[in-house]
Design a protein around this ligand. Sequence first.
Ligand SMILES: Cc1cc2nc3c(=O)[nH]c(=O)nc-3n(C[C@H](O)[C@H](O)[C@H](O)COP(=O)(O)O)c2cc1C
Length: 192
Amino acid sequence: MIRETVVTSLSPENTVHIAPMGIHLLKDEVLVMPFRPSLTLDNILATRHAVINYCDDVRVFAGCLTGRRDWPLVDAEQVPGRRLAGTLAHAELELARFEDDQTRPRLYCRVVHEASHAPFRGFNRAQFSVLEAAILVSRLHMLPRSKIEAELDYLRIGLDKTAGPSEREAWNWLMEKVEAFWREHPQGMNGQ
Ligand SMILES: Cc1cc2nc3c(=O)[nH]c(=O)nc-3n(C[C@H](O)[C@H](O)[C@H](O)COP(=O)(O)O)c2cc1C
């Protein structure tokens, strides 16, 4: 099962990097699979630690995809690193083993420490819409315009029915990015 989370990692110079990542929760380990090139990959290989943020503020996901990476952070408790101040829960990781791959290496990590900070208050369809739209935005260069538009039309239904202000703000950031991309590439990719 893949869980959509926010991974925070540190560079050797102690610069924090924040990136949405789908992580696999295995029996005893967490598997992180960044596509190359990836700063998250470079950081975890260099420092051997990362933090998984279980975060329901979808502005962080949309923000990272649209150049807004300055989110409030606090120190992790048992590993060198930082976590999102607003996360519901987090897990602190240590790299256990690395399987290299030209496209998508595998970082198998051990959970060193976990903590909860706020209750989970149920699912929200607009949050799903924003997450899916964020993934589409990360693939604008790969997908035909017709497919992106059809998927956004569907996602807008759940958004319009259930969004709060945060979801709406996150959605608007993503739509600004999509529109800027269409201005540069009116036909989308491959003229489709
Ligand atoms: C919900 C969601 C899940 C994502 N999962 C992954 C992932 O598993 N691996 C990955 O490389 N990028 C994933 N991305 C895209 C990255 O967040 C984005 O490309 C990021 O810049 C990764 O590169 P970085 O490590 O250099 O920041 C995801 C994006 C979203 C919105």
